[in-house]
Ligand binder design. Structure first.
Ligand SMILES: [Zn+2]
Length: 251
């Protein structure tokens, strides 16, 4: 039976079709990820059109029939600066692609919407280190998708003290120096600063996820591990990530 529903959500994809229509993909807490048809929206200007653009967080009134159709929208929070900074914008497009590729329609994932909103907030309003926001989002998202890394001690022998830890990509586990020699796989060296950051990311309260800074070298190592780990386990390839990396190879 058709009816109206009201829900708050973040627009994470826009797909134009026909002459004036657009589908938007919206990440919500209560309904998961939903597709909403916005009829005639590309002809419209003003309040309604401005509330359903990419990376707008809005309260949407939807007509719920065979599909969701936009009836009204009220902007709650906008992240204007994201679109003015090409690196920030590219990173958020990558986050959106991660969610679009891996989260099923109407699959509820607790904490995903707050994670995305906080990442936008950290970049747009708090000017957090971009490498930190990227790595923290990736590792936390991996954990949310069922790939929480095991960082307490060696994943093979249980040892908790080691001078040079390694991270085994395939198992998402730390390996001590001795076990690394006998267990095959793809390894990354994990200096203490990187390990501290990884432990912080998987265990801190969501509100504090992006509230840390690391040296440039740590950021680089942390970034490589989190990115490779996430993409390996989700088994996906993101075009938006290639674009993001290309921005740092210019100049
Ligand atoms: Zn060991």
């Amino acid at each position: 039976m058709a009816q109206h529903v009201t829900v708050k959500g973040l627009v994470i994809r826009e797909t134009d079709f026909g002459d004036n229509d657009r589908y938007i993909t919206v990440l919500t807490e209560e309904m998961g990820k939903i597709e909403v048809l916005c009829r005639g929206i590309r002809r419209k200007k003003g309040r309604l059109a401005g509330a359903v653009r990419l990376f707008c967080y809005s309260e949407l009134t939807l007509f719920s029939g065979r599909r969701y159709t936009l009836s009204d929208a009220e902007l709650d929070t906008t992240f204007w600066h994201i679109t003015e900074n090409i690196e920030h914008y590219a990173l958020c497009c990558y986050f959106a692609e991660l969610v679009n590729q891996t989260v099923e329609a109407e699959q509820k994932m607790e904490g995903l919407l707050p994670l995305f909103l906080r990442a936008l907030y950290a970049l747009d309003k708090q000017n957090r280190q971009i490498e930190v926001v990227k790595a923290a989002f990736e590792l936390r998202f991996a954990a949310m998708m069922g790939y929480q890394p095991e960082l307490n001690g060696c994943g093979a022998c249980g040892e908790t003290e080691c001078d040079i830890w390694s991270f085994l990509l395939e198992n998402g586990a730390l390996m001590c120096h001795d076990c690394r020699k006998r267990v095959g796989g793809t390894y990354f060296s994990v200096p203490q600063g990187v390990l501290d950051a990884m432990r912080y990311i998987v265990s801190c309260p969501g509100k504090k996820l992006f509230a840390f800074a690391v040296s440039e070298q740590t950021a680089q190592q942390l970034g490589t591990i989190c990115e490779r780990y996430l993409l390996y386990h989700l088994d996906i390839h993101c075009k938006t990530l290639e674009f993001y990396h290309s921005l740092f190879q210019l100049g």
